[in-house]
Design a protein. Structure first.
Length: 221
């Protein structure tokens, strides 16, 4: 099976690539859409430019395309990236968003491709446990009651996940961030040839939301 991966650099998209490679599939290309801001209906925004380091760490070619981030119109940007490729299907990190899954399935049907979402409705506790044991992930944005500036740049280890579950009980957040409560960036994974080291980053927090902007980073053996 030869596939392309919708790739944001966050935990869900990297995990999906990991899953595909474990299935013995060839991940021929990473497809990254770059929205102008956080308002995109489908695409990840914080630190998207640093996915180029992840692509290098994975050894997989990457195609990047700017998108206006407007509802429905951004689907044409996916089509534009997919049309030149000779692949059997695409994989995505869709977890619970019917909006995202339905539109990806529609595009694949239109182009004669198969759509795969390895994380679709995966049990959150199992997923987060696998993630903390195998990946090095940092939280890059938060936007919900219960979060404060201390979450920005925080590693998603077992203690962090326990705290997310406490916020779930108190504030009703999704521990996997499926409501947009937080976003992430993967620094290392079993499929990376090198890990990413953040050398400089800036935190900005106001009210119940904030961002962790990576300003300087490099690959390290």
């Amino acid at each position: 099976m030869k596939v392309a991966a919708l790739f944001s650099g966050g935990k869900d998209s990297v995990f999906s690539v990991w899953h595909a490679l474990h299935q013995g599939w060839e991940v021929a290309r990473l497809l990254t859409l770059v929205p102008p801001g956080p308002e995109s209906y489908m695409f990840h925004h914080p630190n998207i430019e640093w996915t180029r380091l992840q692509a290098q760490a994975l050894g997989i070619p990457q195609s990047m395309r700017k998108t206006a981030g407007k509802k429905e119109e951004e689907l044409e940007d996916i089509r534009a990236l997919l049309r030149p490729l000779k692949i059997d299907g695409i994989i995505s990190g869709a977890f619970a968003s019917e909006y995202q899954r339905e539109r990806l399935d529609f595009i694949c049907e239109e182009l004669g491709l198969r759509s795969f979402a390895p994380l679709w409705h995966k049990e959150s506790g199992t997923y987060l446990s696998e993630l903390s044991q195998n990946f090095e992930v940092v939280i890059t944005s938060v936007s919900a009651d219960g979060f404060d500036a201390s979450w920005l740049g925080r590693r998603m280890d077992a203690e962090c996940i326990a705290d997310l579950k406490r916020l779930q009980k108190r504030f009703g957040i999704s521990p996997c961030g499926e409501g947009g409560e937080y976003e992430t960036f993967v620094l290392n994974a079993p499929i990376f040839r090198k890990r990413i080291v953040i050398e400089k980053a800036t935190k900005a927090f106001r009210g119940t939301s904030g961002t962790f902007a990576i300003e300087k980073a490099r690959l390290s053996a």
